[in-house]
Every structure is written in structure tokens, then in C-alpha cells.
Design a protein around this ligand. Structure first.
Ligand SMILES: *Cc1c(COP(=O)(O)O)cnc(C)c1O
Length: 226
């Protein structure tokens, strides 16, 4: 199937409250344009240089998300272009984004990435750390906390995937009654970004309202070419 067919099929399948994020990392601008022509406007990249190069040549009404590990010396390549940083995975990065955003008079929308997988290579905060950031009185004037992001263990075992996603749902349920009681936890905090090509159906069934799909739209990534 073509990129356009994949977009149409996914849009037909996903409930209307679920935002489809097309993960275009390692795919050329031409592939992004095919998805764009099928009506897709939200795309995600994982490398700062690649994001800023694509943003410079592709249509202005594309909404870019950043989903990769972000080093603090790369913020200037990313923050001017994105509507959401989904992969805030440490206090160091959170504080650097806040400072950069304040200095440049912007407010950056972020998701806190929660470590839910059993592999310890995956980045992210623990649920306890997220709870403490969001309920602390510390004010981050350059940041708007929009929700949570997570990535399940890379496995075909649906029970393992479900129990990983369950950790995000549980955290959301603990946070929900706190909304409005801290400057970091307002009604803007509503995004639950989990589910990728191999597990988005489970994610949607469990209550994800944002899914990030790369391979299922663009096919396999060629890591050797840019
Ligand atoms: C690459 C990536 C995806 C998309 O993965 P696919 O399996 O190709 O759908 C989703 N989320 C994150 C954080 C990624 O890095």
C-alpha cells in the first residue's frame, strides 16, 4: 500500500478523539509530502538536525513534534519549530527547555516521558518522579505540561505491552484528581501518547488519545541513508 493509502486507512480506523502522529524520521521530504497530500498535518522527528532541515523546506502548516532524545545544546534547532516536545525525559532537560523558552519569550508544550518498558535502555522518568514534578509548587514559566508519553517493551507479548501501558493509565489516574492544584498540572494536561505501529491497537483500546506511527505509514526505515 502507498503512504496515502496507509494514512487513509489509519484515519478511518482510529476513533475521532485519537490524534495520529506520523513519525517521519529517516524518511525523505517526498514521503512526508505524500502523507501531507492525504491530509496528514502532524509529523514527528527524532533528530534535531533532520527536524530543522525538513521544517525549513516543508509547508508551514505542518505541526512538528519532537520524539527523540534531546541534548540541551540542540534546543535551538528544535524548539523554534515544534508544537510539542513528547520526549522530556530528565530534570536537566526540563530545566533547560524552561530556561531557553523564557529567554526566547515562548512557552513550550511538553509531554513527560515515563519509563514503562522492561528494557532499561529506554529513556524516561519514573512514575514517582513525574508525580513529584507535576505536584511540586516549582513554577516553570516557559513550559506547558500537556500530558504523558510512554513506549512499551519491544515484544510480541500483548500481556507485557498491556501491563506496561497500564503503568501510564495508573499514573494518569493518580494525577487526575490533582489537576488544578498545582501550577504544573492544569486542564491543559490531557494528552496520553502511547502506541506505535506494532501496538497502537492495544494502546487505543486502553485509552491512548495520541498514537505515533512510523513504519505503518512510511514502511521500514533505511538507517544507512539520510
Ligand atoms: C520511531 C518511534 C516511533 C514510531 O515507531 P514505528 O514502530 O515505526 O511506528 C514512535 N515513537 C517513538 C518515540 C519513536 O522513536
Amino acid at each position: 500500500m502507498s503512504v496515502k493509502d496507509n494514512i487513509r486507512k489509519l484515519k478511518g480506523e482510529l476513533p475521532s478523539n485519537v490524534e495520529l502522529v506520523a513519525v517521519s524520521k529517516f524518511h525523505p521530504a517526498g514521503a512526508i509530502m505524500e502523507a501531507y497530500e492525504a491530509g496528514q498535518r502532524v509529523f514527528a522527528e527524532s533528530r534535531p538536525q533532520e527536524l530543522s532541515a525538513k521544517a525549513a523546506v516543508l509547508p508551514d502548516d505542518i505541526e512538528w513534534h519532537f520524539i527523540g532524545h534531546l541534548q540541551t545544546n540542540k534546543l535551538k534547532l528544535v524548539l523554534p519549530h515544534v508544537s510539542l516536545v513528547q520526549s522530556v525525559d530528565s530534570m536537566h532537560l526540563l530545566e533547560a527547555i524552561d530556561t531557553w523558552s523564557c529567554n526566547n519569550n515562548i512557552v513550550t508544550n511538553v509531554l513527560l516521558e515515563c519509563h514503562i518498558a522492561s528494557e532499561d535502555t529506554k529513556q524516561g522518568f519514573s512514575p514517582e518522579e513525574i508525580l513529584s514534578v507535576l505536584t511540586s509548587g516549582t513554577r516553570y514559566a516557559g513550559i506547558c505540561f500537556r500530558g504523558l508519553m510512554g513506549m512499551a517493551t519491544n515484544t510480541y507479548n500483548a500481556d507485557v505491552i498491556r501491563s506496561d501501558f497500564e503503568k501510564l493509565i495508573h499514573l494518569r489516574n493518580v494525577l487526575s484528581p490533582e489537576i488544578g492544584k498545582s501550577p504544573n498540572l492544569t486542564t491543559a494536561f490531557s494528552v496520553m501518547s502511547f502506541g506505535m505501529s506494532s501496538d497502537y491497537r492495544i494502546a487505543v483500546e486502553m485509552g491512548a488519545n495520541m498514537v505515533r506511527i512510523g513504519t505503518g505509514i512510511f514502511g521500514e526505515r533505511e538507517y544507512t541513508i539520510k
